[in-house]
Design a protein around this ligand. Structure first.
Ligand code: ADP
Ligand code: ZN
Length: 610
């Protein structure tokens, strides 16, 4: 069979997406590969299709048990013999799975990296022909990535102990050059065919809001998205608790998820979300890696995450099946402080030496700064993000809050001068203030804590921006930071001057920044029903109901039966024969046999009724 036939017969898709066939061809010719593709681009197909064609078994190393579980279930649904070995299996199941592996029945075997050093696993490696080892989430081997996992180091040992070298393929959604180089070097990929697809996810809308009342805004957004599935990310367990509780009090059905819950509650809440029994999950970043749920239609960040890698990964969980979806970040200056605190008090890398730790911390500091600029610079969010990941893009996308908001250029030459002079004068008096205090001084605050400095009598810059709102002052300071006219740092995040500040004071350049014309930007307009025009809405609803009924009866998450995208295609093509049903995107042979009759009946009934 050809790769195209496998794709059609097992997965029910007509054609490969950008990059998939190149990678597959490289693998089939025996070459190592490195695939760098954003979440939702379709990495799994890139190793699952060749796994069906190579002589021997493919081992997929994957960091999370929940991920394996779902992937294997989805493969089995498509008629592909797959299995997993991890610590969640009881002894009996483990033995049975091993037996299947030995009999050659299993084509794709998922395993956690910790498994690799066990005796039973090493024995498989000796006795069963392994055609390929695939490393999923390969960035976990890099200390410079955002989620380094020491257990990934075991992969190298494992490869060394194999009697021969299988094809090695690695996949990640993390794009920085540094991490990519690390993956190749650490895993020992041999002249890999490397493919980076664009990181843009066209179906995602990106928005940043800076609301005065975050909770009220969240509530409003959730009400606009009633009936849709979505994730709300918070930075801390405490805020997960508080937000979930308040949402429930306000009549929104939401569950919580963080590492502090019992295993039992965590997996129950996760399952309820996956199975569409609860629409909204409120979670820390502990939630999501390995969540393949394809019908998440919004991801709202209640707090700014620590870096853009995390943000893109978390936000990217929306719209995986290609339907339109929204990613909205609710920014507040307090988020910077919380992240700073977390960086300063992180104990993640305790095993590392002091020097490496310091370097890592500096990196995180830099990443946090660039994340903050995403929220404050008012430029096209998509292009900012893509440039961060090393792509060249136009400065306008038309589908983000910056591109959709009305901005005007405001001349801030004079104000900038005032701000920098004020910091300069304060430094002359050996006072090193943070943003808030500098604003207070500029606006002539009468707060008690400043009384002892007698600013009113002794500081020429005290109160020179009395007429400017605190928010506007902050925006300008953020701008000056972003453009490196001033810097921020030190233990107390104080504002500092650099060579450019001196230049600014001396040369007084003309500066202008984008400011929102309309002080209260409207939240992104509600998409009508989010469905493409040629999809029959009534039929789509009926198909969804059928899917929900099957999901409930058989205990399989709905999106594993059919994704929303597949149901939409069904509601577009309205097939009434087996052949026509096979032409629906996402319907392969096995799914035709298993689900065809029931969905065909729904379609026939619907058409008859009309
Ligand atoms: P990733 O691992 O890159 O995040 P997945 O492998 O989970 O992405 O794929 C995302 C979605 O895209 C899945 O629903 C998958 O079935 C679908 N998909 C992948 N390849 C194709 C294709 N060639 N045609 C249509 N849909 C595809
Ligand atoms: Zn844009």
């Amino acid at each position: 069979m050809t790769p195209e036939q496998i794709l059609q017969q097992y997965f029910g898709y007509d054609s490969f997406r950008k990059g998939q066939d190149e990678l597959i061809r490289a693998i089939l010719s025996g070459q190592d590969v490195l695939g760098i593709m954003p979440t939702g681009a379709g990495k799994s197909i890139c190793y699952q299709v060749p796994a069906m064609l190579l002589e021997g078994m493919t081992i997929v190393i994957s960091p999370l048990i929940s991920l394996m579980h779902d992937q294997v279930r989805a493969l089995l649904e498509n008629g592909i013999p797959a299995a997993y070995l991890n610590s969640s299996l009881d002894e009996e199941t483990y033995r049975r799975t091993l037996a299947k592996v030995y009999s050659g029945e299993v084509r794709i075997l998922y395993a956690a990296p910790e498994r690799l050093e066990t005796e039973s696993f090493l024995r498989i490696a000796q006795d069963v022909r392994i055609a390929m080892v695939t490393v999923d989430e390969a960035h976990c081997v890099s200390q410079w990535g955002q989620d380094f996992r020491p257990s990934y180091m075991k992969i190298i040992e494992f490869l060394k102990r194999l009697p021969y070298r299988p094809i090695l393929s690695a996949f990640t959604a993390t794009a920085t050059q540094e991490v990519a180089e690390d993956i190749v070097r650490i895993l020992g990929l041999d002249h890999p065919y490397t493919l980076t697809t664009g990181f843009d996810r066209e179906n995602l809308y990106f928005g940043v809001m800076q609301p005065r009342d975050k909770f009220a805004t969240l509530l409003q957004l959730l009400r606009e998205h009633e009936g849709e599935a979505g994730i709300v990310y918070c930075l801390t367990r405490k805020s997960v608790e508080a937000v979930t509780e308040s949402l429930n009090e306000n009549g929104i059905d939401a569950r919580r998820y963080h590492a502090g819950l019992s295993d039992e509650e965590r997996s129950r809440n996760q399952e309820d979300f996956l199975y569409d029994r609860v629409p909204v999950i409120v979670a820390t970043n502990a939630f999501g890696m390995g969540i393949d749920k394809s019908n998440v239609s919004f991801v709202i960040h209640y707090n700014m995450p620590k870096n853009l890698e995390s943000y893109y990964q978390e936000a990217g969980r929306a719209g995986r099946d290609g339907s339109r979806a929204e990613c909205i970040l609710l920014y507040g200056p307090g988020d910077v402080r919380t992240n700073q605190f977390m960086i300063d008090h992180s104990s993640d890398n305790d095993q590392l030496d002091e020097e490496t730790r310091i370097r890592l911390r500096e990196k995180e500091q830099e990443r946090l700064k660039l994340m903050t600029f995403y929220c404050t610079r008012h430029e096209c969010l998509r292009s900012y993000m893509l440039r961060y990941f090393g792509e060249n893009t136009p400065n306008y996308c038309g589908n983000c809050s910056s591109c959709r908001t009305n901005y005007e250029k405001r001349d801030i030459s004079v104000d900038a001068l005032k701000i920098v002079s004020c910091i300069y004068r304060l430094h002359q008096r050996n006072l090193h203030f943070g943003t808030k205090a500098v604003i207070d001084v500029l606006r002539g605050s009468k707060a008690e804590k400043y009384e002892k400095f007698k600013f009113a009598d002794t500081l020429s810059t005290y109160g020179i921006m009395q007429d400017v709102s605190e928010k506007q002052c902050r925006e300008m300071i953020d701008y000056l930071l972003a453009e490196n006219w001033i810097t921020k740092g030190g233990e107390y995040s104080t504002l500092n001057l650099n060579r450019r500040s001196a230049q600014l004071l001396k040369e007084r350049p003309a500066l202008s920044m984008n400011v929102v014309k309309d002080e209260k930007p409207a939240p992104p307009s509600r998409r009508e029903n989010g469905l493409p025009a040629d999809v029959d809405e009534g039929l789509f609803a009926k198909l969804k109901a059928e899917r929900a009924a099957i999901s409930k009866r058989e205990g399989v998450p709905a999106y594993i039966i059919f994704t929303d995208a597949a149901l939409q295609d069904m509601a577009r093509k309205k097939p009434v024969s087996d052949m026509a049903f096979l032409a629906v995107s996402g319907v392969g042979r096995v799914k035709l046999d298993k689900y065809g009759p029931r969905f065909l009946k729904v379609i026939q009934d619907y058409l008859a009724e009309k």
